[in-house]
Design a protein around this ligand. Structure first.
Ligand SMILES: [Ca+2]
Ligand SMILES: [Ca+2]
Length: 242
C-alpha cells in the first residue's frame, strides 16, 4: 500500500502499543506515529466519502447512527492518500489538516488525527492555536498528544505522560487524566485566552460531579475531567496557550 505523506512527529510510538493484537485482517500500513490511534479508533462518528476517480465528491457523516450530508465548503479540500482521506481546511492564519482512515476497507472512515499548520503570517496574541504537532483522537502506552474536541468521545490518552489539547470552545470531556502519569491539560483554542489568569476570568463554575471535575465557562464551554478526584489534577498540570 503506497503512502507518501510525511509525518514529522516523534517516532516514539510503536506498533506494540496498547491494544490487543489483530488476527491478520488488518492489512493497512499505518505510519508509526498513528499506531496508537488507528487500532482503537473512535466509533462515535464515521464518514462515508463518495470517492469518484480518486476525488472526494461528497461526505456523509454518521453520528450515533444518524447519517447526514456534510457540505464541502469552499475553504475545504479533500484528498485520497492510500487508506486515508485528508481534509485540509484553510482558515485565517493557517490550515487545519484532518486525517481519516478506513482500516478494514469497509468504506467507512474514522478521524484519527488533526494538525494545525500556521501560515507565515500567523497572528500572535492567541487568536490562532499554538500547537503545531499532530494531535490524535486516541493514545497508546507512550506519551501522546490528544485532540480534545466537542462532540467527540471522551479523549483517552492511555498510559504515559499524555498532553490533552483542548481545541474547542465547547463542551469537552477528558476520559483518563492522571496526575501521577504527568499528563497535562493544555488550552489551545485560538480564543485569545493566553494565561491561567485569563482562563480563570472566564470560568463561571468549578465543581465536583461525583468523582469528575467540571470546569464551566458560561453556557458555551466546559471541560469535564473524568475521575479527577481519584486520579488527581492540579493547577500545575495546566497550560493555557491561546
Ligand atoms: Ca499515552
Ligand atoms: Ca496518561
Amino acid at each position: 500500500m503506497s503512502r507518501n505523506e510525511s509525518h514529522t512527529s516523534n517516532s516514539s510510538h510503536n506498533d506494540e502499543n496498547g491494544s490487543d493484537s489483530h488476527d491478520g485482517t488488518n492489512t493497512a500500513t499505518i505510519p508509526t506515529s498513528t499506531a496508537p490511534t488507528a487500532t482503537t479508533q473512535s466509533p462515535y462518528k464515521l464518514y462515508d466519502f463518495g470517492i469518484v476517480n480518486g476525488q472526494v465528491t461528497q461526505v456523509l457523516k454518521t453520528e450515533h447512527g444518524v447519517m447526514k450530508n456534510e457540505r464541502i465548503d469552499a475553504n475545504e479540500a479533500y484528498t485520497v492518500q492510500g487508506t486515508e482521506v485528508v481534509k485540509t481546511e484553510t482558515k485565517a492564519y493557517g490550515q487545519e489538516v484532518t486525517r481519516y482512515v478506513d482500516l478494514d476497507g469497509d468504506g467507512l472512515y474514522a478521524k484519527f488525527s488533526e494538525q494545525w499548520l500556521p501560515s507565515t503570517s500567523a497572528a500572535s496574541g492567541g487568536t490562532a492555536p499554538v500547537t503545531t504537532q499532530p494531535l490524535y483522537d486516541r493514545g497508546g502506552d507512550s506519551d501522546d498528544h490528544l485532540a480534545v474536541r466537542a462532540g467527540q468521545d471522551p479523549a483517552l490518552g492511555g498510559q504515559g505522560a499524555d498532553t490533552f489539547v483542548v481545541r474547542d470552545w465547547g463542551h469537552v470531556t477528558i476520559g483518563d487524566f492522571h496526575h501521577n502519569q504527568h499528563d497535562r491539560l493544555v488550552f489551545d483554542m485560538g480564543q485569545g485566552v493566553n494565561s491561567v489568569q485569563e482562563l480563570a476570568q472566564r470560568v463561571t463554575d468549578l465543581r465536583w460531579q461525583g468523582d469528575d471535575l467540571v470546569l464551566e465557562m458560561g453556557d458555551q464551554a466546559s471541560v469535564t475531567v473524568v475521575g479527577a478526584r481519584v486520579n488527581g489534577i492540579g493547577l500545575e498540570d495546566l497550560d493555557v496557550l491561546s
